[in-house]
Design a protein around this ligand. Structure first.
Ligand SMILES: *[C@@H]1O[C@H](CO)[C@@H](O)[C@H](O)[C@H]1NC(C)=O
Ligand SMILES: *[C@@H]1O[C@H](CO)[C@@H](O)[C@H](O)[C@H]1NC(C)=O
Length: 541
C-alpha cells in the first residue's frame, strides 16, 4: 500500500514556543518519491539577522540553537526523516550559487533600481495596493502590510531582478496539466487567480549593507541573494543538485503552510523552469491552528508548546489529535478540552474498550485467538440455514465487508494526505465492531453449550481480526499504541506489514495463522482516560 510512505509525515504541529516560529521553514517537508522525507530550517534573511542582534548573539549561533530545537522536536514526536537540511550548510551554498549562475547564464536576471514598501517580517516588497496607513498603540501612524499587519518601510536600492513577468503563461499551463498539482482544491483556485493578475518582475537580491546574513551574489559581493530564492533551492540541495539530482527530481511533493503558498506555487516553479528544470509534481497546502478562536502569537501568550502537549497527552495522543482534527482546507481551533474529549472518546473508548471486551478473561478464559466457525458465519449470506447454526445477520455481513474494504480506502486517503478521513473511517469501523458485539452480547452465551460456545468464539475471532486490521493501519499515526494493541493480540513484528492486512481469511476459506494462538500478555489499558484539565488561572478576573 503506497500509504506506507506517510509513516513519518506528521504535519501541523503548532508553531513552537519563543524563537521557533522565527525559522519559518520548520514544517516545510520535502517528500521526494516514496522514500525521501526531508524537513529543514531556513536560516538566512533580515528577520534572523535582526532577531539575533536583538538577542545579542551571532546569527549562526542563534540558528544553531533553534535548528537543534526543531530536530529535537521531530525526534520527540517520533517523526523520522531521510535528511534534515539547514540552509547555512556548505552543500546548500554550493547549490544556490550554481542555481543563481544558471539563471544568469540563461538571461533571466538583470540589474535595476528598485524602490518600494519592504516588509521585513515577510521578507518581501509589497505593492502600493498591499499596504495601508495605520496608527500603532502610541497613536503614531505607520505604513503596514494589509495581509500581515507588520510595519513596512520605503526602501530604495539597486537589486537584481528576475524576469517573473514572462512566466504567467508557462505557470498557467503547468497548472492546467493537472488539478492535483496544488491540493486541496481551494488553494489551486487561489493560485490560478493570482496568476491571472499582474505578475511583476521579482527583486531577487538585497544590498549587502542592509542584509549581510545570506549568500553573496556570485561575482557581485555587494549584493546578497534574496532569502526566498536561497531557501527554495533547499529542495534541490537535498537531492544532490547540481550533480545528481536527476535521480529524484522532479518527483517531489512540497508540504507547505498556506502563508508561504505564493513562494512555492509561483516564484519557485518559475525559477525552476527558468533554470531548465521541471516544476514540482505536487504542492500540498495546509492551514493553521488557532487557539480558542485566536491566532497563535507570542504577544497574546497563547502559543501551544508541542513538548508540553506530549507530556500531557502522550506523544501518540497528541499526534492522533493533530492528524484527526487537522483539516488542511481551513484553520482548525485548538483547546485542551477538545483534545481530552477526542482521545477519551476514540482511543480510550472506542478502540481501548473494544480491546478490553475481546480479551476479558470472562469471555476469553483461555486467552487465545479463538476459532472461527463457518457454520455460524457462512460465506454466502444467501444460503439456507440448514444446520440451524447460522447466526450472522445482514448487519454483520456489512461489518465484514466494511473492514475488508478499509485498507484500500485508508490507502487512498493517505495518498491524498487526507489523514483525518483515513482515521475517521478506521474509527467508524471500530464503532461498527463495538455495535456487533453489543448486538450479539457474547457474555450472555454459555460456554457449556457447544453451539453457543462456537458462536461466542466466532464473535471474538471476528472482533480480534477487526482490531488487528485497525492496529496495522494505525501504526503510522500512533506507533506506540498500535504496537501495544498488536502485541496484546499476539501479532509478531514480522506480521505487521501492509502485506499482512488480509482480513478474516477463515471466512474466505483460507488458513488463519492466528487462530488458536495465545494472546500476548496483558500490559494494561490501551490508552488510559485523561482527566479534565484543572481550571487554570488566566491572570484576569
Ligand atoms: C438459524 O436457525 C436457528 C435454528 O432454527 C435460529 O435460531 C437462527 O436464528 C437462524 N439464524 C438466522 C440468521 O436466521
Ligand atoms: C506477513 O507478511 C509477511 C511478508 O509479506 C509474510 O511472509 C507473512 O507470511 C505474513 N504473515 C501473516 C500472518 O499474514
Amino acid at each position: 500500500m503506497p500509504g506506507g510512505k506517510l509513516t513519518n509525515a506528521i504535519d501541523g504541529i503548532p508553531a513552537g514556543p519563543q524563537a521557533l516560529d522565527v525559522l519559518r521553514a520548520g514544517l516545510n517537508f520535502l517528500l521526494v518519491t516514496l522514500l525521501f522525507l526531508c524537513p529543514g530550517t531556513d536560516e538566512h534573511g533580515l528577520k534572523i539577522q535582526t532577531t539575533a542582534a536583538a538577542a545579542g548573539t551571532l546569527p549562526q549561533h542563534f540558528c544553531d540553537r533553534v535548528s537543534v530545537e526543531f530536530q529535537e522536536l521531530f525526534t520527540q514526536s517520533g517523526v523520522s526523516y531521510t535528511d534534515f537540511i539547514r540552509t547555512t550548510e556548505p552543500r546548500h551554498r554550493r547549490a544556490v550559487e550554481h542555481f543563481w549562475a544558471t539563471l544568469q547564464d540563461r538571461g533571466w536576471l538583470y540589474l535595476a533600481n528598485y524602490e518600494g514598501w519592504y516588509c521585513t517580517a515577510e521578507e518581501c516588497f509589497l505593492a502600493a495596493s498591499q499596504v495601508t496607513e495605520r496608527p500603532d498603540s502610541q497613536g503614531c501612524r505607520h505604513m503596514v502590510s494589509l495581509e500581515s499587519g507588520h510595519q513596512v518601510h520605503w526602501t530604495k536600492e539597486e537589486n537584481y531582478m528576475f524576469r517573473l513577468s514572462e512566466f504567467q503563461e508557462p505557470l498557467l499551463r503547468w497548472l492546467q496539466e493537472s488539478r492535483l498539482t496544488i491540493t486541496p482544491e481551494p488553494f489551486y483556485q487561489l493560485v490560478v487567480q493570482w496568476l491571472k493578475q499582474d505578475l511583476p518582475d521579482l527583486s531577487v537580491s538585497r544590498d549587502r549593507n542592509r542584509l549581510q546574513w545570506g549568500i553573496p551574489v556570485p561575482g557581485d559581493s555587494i549584493q546578497t541573494i534574496y532569502v526566498w530564492v536561497d531557501a527554495l533551492v533547499n529542495y534541490l540541495t537535498v537531492v544532490g543538485y547540481p550533480d545528481d539530482h536527476r535521480n529524484w527530481w522532479p518527483a517531489a511533493c512540497h508540504i507547505v503552510g498556506k502563508d508561504i503558498l505564493k513562494f512555492h506555487a509561483i516564484y519557485w516553479p518559475a525559477l525552476l523552469i527558468a533554470a531548465g528544470l521541471d516544476p514540482p509534481e505536487q504542492i500540498f497546502v495546509h492551514s493553521h491552528w488557532t487557539v480558542q478562536g485566536q491566532k497563535m502569537s507570542k504577544s497574546l501568550g497563547n502559543v501551544i508548546d508541542p513538548k508540553a502537549c506530549f507530556q500531557r497527552y502522550t506523544v501518540d495522543g497528541f499526534r492522533y489529535f493533530l492528524l484527526k482534527q487537522g483539516v488542511p482546507e481551513h484553520d482548525c481551533d485548538y483547546y485542551d478540552e477538545k483534545v481530552i474529549k477526542l482521545l477519551n472518546s476514540e482511543l480510550a473508548g472506542v478502540l481501548g474498550g473494544l480491546l478490553n471486551r475481546c480479551t476479558a478473561p470472562s469471555l476469553n478464559p483461555s486467552g487465545t485467538y479463538p476459532p472461527f466457525s463457518e457454520a455460524c458465519f457462512p460465506r454466502d449470506a444467501g444460503t439456507q440455514n440448514v444446520s440451524g447454526l447460522r447466526k450472522a445477520s445482514a448487519e454483520d455481513y456489512r461489518l465484514v465487508s466494511s473492514v475488508k474494504e478499509l485498507p484500500l480506502q485508508v490507502s487512498r486517503y493517505f495518498e491524498r494526505f487526507q489523514i483525518y478521513k483515513a482515521l475517521e473511517s478506521i474509527v467508524d469501523c471500530a464503532r461498527q465492531t463495538n455495535g456487533f458485539i453489543q448486538r450479539h452480547k457474547p457474555w450472555k452465551l454459555s460456554r457449556e453449550d457447544p453451539a453457543q460456545r462456537q458462536w461466542q468464539d466466532t464473535i471474538l475471532h471476528i472482533a480480534l481480526e477487526c482490531l488487528r486490521v485497525y492496529g496495522l493501519l494505525l501504526q503510522p499515526v500512533i506507533p506506540a499504541t498500535a504496537d501495544k494493541l498488536l502485541s496484546r493480540l499476539g501479532v509478531g513484528p514480522a506480521e505487521r506489514s501492509l502485506k499482512n492486512l488480509t482480513f478474516l481469511s477463515r471466512y474466505h476459506d483460507e488458513e488463519c495463522p492466528f487462530e488458536g494462538r495465545k494472546l500476548g500478555p496483558d500490559t494494561g489499558l490501551l490508552f488510559p482516560r485523561l482527566e479534565k484539565p484543572k481550571a487554570r488561572s488566566h491572570g484576569g478576573p
